[in-house]
Design a binder for this molecule. Structure first.
Ligand code: FMN
Length: 504
């Protein structure tokens, strides 16, 4: 049992696959009476208001997506900059009535608009903000104070003493409240939580880069220590990732002793449905000792089998200055609900792929491979492609009009058929699990979410549309064989020219 017992991930992955038969033989009816509230509210706790004059970054989105801020960079972080980063990751951007329900849409895409990811902040050296542990409340742009003091030492202790955490100016912690997503997606929700955390991280990393603040993503940590610090149970709400922001010039103060947190929160629903497969999967992915954390943090992947290539196809990429400012892109972003069957430029597609493919600064290695079904571009033959993330080049796997297949593979949604290109993030899960244990299962999905979230931003920055999509697992693997032999799809993102749904 535990992280090395990788049969747990194999079984979980298998039983949460979608297929043509499974979606028909096991329909799910939503119980609207118990739809979970998308906000975590601490009614008795004091909170601080964050500045509302956000003044979001005008840095071209493509620059923010591709700039790398070295970890040694030590500019101060002001509360206003921290607020912009939090807003870009999880802030409220739009309200809309959909089918009689009021939806509050946020900065990053979230499957089903269920928003299972919570954001906590351990501020250590943020100008204008008392050191302490806070919970970010997107509904009213406030931070609830959970604990006073400097918690960077405790966070670093839980993460193999990673220096980026100890020296950070602030550390962001992302957790998942599984029930929010389980309500709609049942046990498969565990995957969706990591995708959603990934799209938030895509925005967060771009926003930090636009502020010239370094950001280091960490997923190898002792879960029990972080659960105790945040006051979460590790079962209904589990840890997903830490992000160390900036670098302070002074040492962090010794962290106080962690006492139990007794703040009450408002129940999300009058009743919750248990999904034991999710509980088990998360339990088996938790790291509980410092040794386990050190092993996972140092893990390397076996080298990937070399793939046969049909020759590389490269295109010019569009200049960063020709993309909209990051703040504007994030405010305008919203998933396209329908696409016109029109072509986008091959240069646009190459730009979106290049801007989204860089591996983030993280403690896990690149795990995700990118494949595409190209339906319509001005200079690429329609067909199935592999996109080489390192070489920034496309390799054609098979030529043909695969609009029908693309629509079918994403659970028979017209978005896949009508888009210009369907990006399919895939991973060799066996290789991932052998290196990282069950922890690698979440890492791979998180990485796919980050790449997919960046693809959204790059597409909107060029005036195009995007939407995340779910899929038929085994049929997708088969479609990309033999190149993708042994790989599993993790997430799809459709790119194209948005069309108003009322037009046809
Ligand atoms: C991982 C993921 C999977 C998604 N899957 C689908 C899907 O299968 N079909 C769909 O129409 N939208 C899908 N979406 C889009 C969400 O429904 C959308 O992000 C959510 O409603 C919030 O709206 P917004 O993106 O416009 O802010 C997905 C989004 C994500 C992040």
């Amino acid at each position: 049992m535990g992280n090395d017992y990788i049969e747990a991930s194999r079984v979980f992955h298998e039983i949460t696959k979608h297929s043509y038969t499974s979606v028909r033989s096991s329909p799910h009816f939503l119980d609207w009476d118990i739809k979970p509230m998308p906000y975590k509210i601490y009614p008795g706790a004091a909170s601080v208001a964050l500045p509302r004059d956000l003044n979001l970054s005008a840095t071209p989105t493509l620059s923010a997506l591709s700039s790398y801020v070295p970890a040694g960079f030590s500019a101060p972080i002001e509360t206003a900059a921290l607020t912009r980063i939090l807003f870009c990751a999880g802030g409220l951007t739009r309200h809309k009535q959909v089918g009689g329900e009021e939806y509050h849409f946020r900065a990053a895409a979230s499957a089903g608009a269920l928003y299972p990811i919570e954001i906590y902040v351990a501020a250590g050296a943020v100008e204008g903000l008392e050191s302490g542990l806070y919970h970010f409340s997107p509904g009213d742009l406030r931070m609830t104070g959970l604990r006073r003091g400097d918690w960077r030492g405790s966070l670093a202790d839980a993460a193999a003493k990673r220096s980026s955490i100890l020296d950070a100016r602030a550390v962001i912690a992302l957790s998942a409240i599984y029930w929010r997503s389980e309500w709609k997606y049942r046990a498969r929700a565990y995957r969706y939580c990591y995708w959603d955390a990934g799209t938030m991280l895509a925005n967060l990393l771009a926003a930090a880069a636009a502020e010239e603040i370094s950001a280091d993503v960490i997923t190898a940590f002792e879960d029990p220590a972080l659960e105790a610090l945040l006051g979460i149970d590790g079962e209904r709400e589990g840890m997903v990732a830490l992000v160390a922001l900036g670098r302070s010039d002074g040492p962090s103060a010794p962290s106080p002793e962690i006492k139990p947190l007794t703040l009450e929160t408002i129940p999300l629903s009058s009743r919750e449905v248990a999904y034991p497969d999710v509980d088990r999967m998360h339990r088996e992915s938790r790291l509980v000792t410092a040794d386990e954390v050190a092993r996972v943090a140092a893990a390397k992947l076996d080298s990937a089998p070399s793939s046969s290539s049909t020759g590389e196809l490269r295109f010019e990429t569009i200049a960063s200055e020709d993309s909209t400012g990051l703040g504007e892109t994030i405010i305008r972003r919203g998933s396209s609900r329908a696409f016109a069957q029109d072509a986008i430029g091959a240069e646009e597609l190459a730009t979106i792929m290049a801007a989204s493919s860089e591996h983030p600064q993280a403690d896990f290695p690149p795990l995700t491979d990118t494949y595409l079904i190209v339906n319509a571009t001005d200079a690429m033959e329609p067909g199935a492609y592999y996109y080489n993330r390192q070489a920034r080049a496309f390799e054609m796997l098979k030529a043909g009009n695969f609009r029908g297949e693309a629509g079918y593979l994403c659970l028979e949604q017209p978005l896949g058929m009508d888009c210009s290109a369907l990006v399919v993030y895939m991973a060799d899960l066996e290789r991932t699990l052998r290196a990282l244990g069950n922890r690698g299962y979440g890492d791979a999905h998180l990485e796919a979410g980050i790449l997919g979230g960046r693809a959204y931003l790059a597409a909107y920055a060029l005036g195009r549309g995007a939407t995340g999509l779910t899929f038929y697992d085994d049929d997708t693997s088969k479609f990309f064989e033999p190149h993708a032999a042994g790989k599993s799809p993790l997430l799809m993102v459709a790119l194209g020219i948005p069309r108003s749904r009322t037009k046809s």
